[in-house]
Design a binder for this molecule. Structure first.
Ligand SMILES: Cc1cc2nc3c(=O)[nH]c(=O)nc-3n(C[C@H](O)[C@H](O)[C@H](O)COP(=O)(O)OP(=O)(O)OC[C@H]3O[C@@H](n4cnc5c(N)ncnc54)[C@H](O)[C@@H]3O)c2cc1C
Length: 442
């Protein structure tokens, strides 16, 4: 192949400008390679997106980071980002045995779930001794189990079981019988086996000024073009390079290509030769996450609470994030909710949202709602990735492999915080290092 086959020739084409793509592009450009980023959306950030809605900037995708996430924290330091704490709950509401509503303090709820949370992952030190190597250890045997399988075997009393299940369905964004126990192990292994720290890491500290400002700063550091509104439709490998074709018909020759598409979304591009079997298999099965995140505006300043329903409800977790005032100057509260099945709730159907909220906590008057359906979005088809039973140990190593001149950087194939922003950054660093080593050997 020569350059006349293509409209343009670069060292590396990076497909996607989420955290994985931006970090890979930054490193490749700084390393001295000619890099071009092709992003289908009209913005950078991918599944992180700060939008002004319901009267204030809201995170429609990822929200929380933590200093136990080493890759993200290095970038927080590099770009001078601060954190703000989501409000600590003054009240807790949950479902007891048979779905009966219960209320208490945060301490009451923590005391109720403590034994179940601990026992769910009691063997994590043997199952997954190193968070950075999530397929090493007894997890090889245990990966066939779902989180529900493990809860069903713990023999918890019905009050504690209902509360414990609700906590995990909020974390994994899917019904518990669909999610591998390995997803719970990974998070707890990443926090040194300390489950309360895992809870804190995954849902407590927001990035000051928002995620979109964070990714804007990283994008500003990329030495190379970031082309927005440019959908890649095919990647054809020919010898020691590839031709990347866009929906607009442009053909770009690249010595290396980095795909940052989530596993569920790779079907959006025609790859030749076809993708390695692990990609095709997982794409056909889909990963486990299937849920929704919804922002809800309610009348008045509600007490700062969190509330859990069950995995059978449209909203299984609801918590107060902000107090403010609406367009008429009336006090309002903004709540964030999570549900295990995106098809169960529509933010444009306020009556449906009201009844979903009523099922979690009574006495809330809904006046607005908004969300982005990441599962229906063809560029993501995933919220935050969790695996189905068996997928992690069967496929992770293969998902991390290079296929000819094609590299894969995505939070979905990270080793440590797979599914999180941290994992996206890890994967971007990993693949940029591999490409720099290959194209600019020292
Ligand atoms: C609702 C929600 C809440 C979350 N909460 C958290 C949280 O609190 N903390 C946390 O750490 N993580 C959270 N996550 C997960 C986190 O957002 C992701 O793991 C991370 O942002 C993934 O980054 P990525 O670069 O791997 O993928 P993406 O951000 O998905 O980037 C892939 C990019 O590829 C682009 N693309 C796709 N197809 C094409 C194509 N054909 N051509 C060109 N471009 C294409 C996409 O538009 C996208 O920009 C959440 C995610 C969601 C959706």
């Amino acid at each position: 192949m020569n350059d006349t086959d293509a409209d343009r020739s670069v060292d590396v084409a990076v497909i996607g400008a989420g955290f994985a793509g931006l970090i890979a592009a930054r490193e490749l450009g700084r390393g001295g390679l000619d890099v071009l980023v092709l992003e289908a959306r009209d913005r950078v950030g991918g599944r992180t997106w700060t939008e002004h809605r319901l009267g204030r900037p809201l995170e429609l995708g990822a929200n929380w980071v933590h200093w136990v996430q080493p890759h993200v924290w290095a970038e927080m330091t590099r770009y001078g980002r601060g954190i703000e704490r989501s409000p600590a709950a003054e009240e807790a509401h949950w479902r007891g045995a048979g779905g009966a509503p219960r209320s208490g303090t945060l301490a009451d709820f923590t005391a109720l779930i403590n034994d179940g949370q601990r026992r769910l992952v009691a063997d994590v030190a043997e199952a997954m001794p190193r968070g950075t190597e999530p397929t090493v250890g007894a997890i090889g045997e245990l990966d066939r189990l779902s989180i529900q399988d493990r809860f069903d075997r713990l023999g918890l009393d019905p009050e504690a079981l209902a509360a414990n299940e609700s906590v995990w369905v909020g974390h994994v964004n899917a019904p518990l019988d669909r999610v591998g126990l390995s997803s719970a192990y990974r998070w707890v292994a990443a926090t040194g086996g300390h489950w309360p720290l895992m809870h804190e890491a995954s849902a407590t500290f927001r990035v000051s000024e928002g995620m979109s400002e964070f990714t804007r700063l990283i994008a500003g550091d990329v030495r190379g073009e970031i082309r927005l509104g440019t959908t890649v439709v095919s990647v054809e490998q020919r010898g020691d390079a590839a031709i990347v074709e866009t929906a607009g018909g442009e053909r770009i020759r690249a010595r290396r290509v980095v795909s940052t598409l989530p596993v569920n979304a790779v079907r959006g591009i025609r790859f030749s030769p076809e993708l390695p079997s692990a990609w095709r298999r997982q794409n056909a099965e889909a990963v486990a996450s299937d849920g929704t995140k919804i922002w809800i505006r309610a009348r008045g300043h509600l007490p700062r609470f969190f509330a859990y329903a069950t995995q059978h409800d449209p909203i299984s977790v609801l918590k107060v994030e902000f107090h403010g005032s609406d367009e008429d100057g009336e006090p309002c509260t903004l709540l964030v909710g999570f549900g295990p099945d995106h098809s169960r709730i529509d933010p444009d159907d306020l009556a449906g949202v009201q009844s979903a909220v009523d099922a979690v906590r009574s006495g809330i008057r809904v006046t607005g709602a908004t969300a982005h359906d990441w599962m229906a979005d063809p560029l993501s088809r995933t919220t935050w990735m969790t695996h189905r039973p068996g997928q992690l140990t069967r496929d992770l190593a293969e998902l991390q492999e290079t296929a000819g001149v094609l590299h894969f950087a995505t939070s979905d194939n990270a080793s440590l915080w797979g599914g999180f922003i941290d994992g996206a950054i890890e994967s971007g660093l990993r693949e940029s290092r591999r490409i720099l080593d290959a194209l600019l050997p020292r």
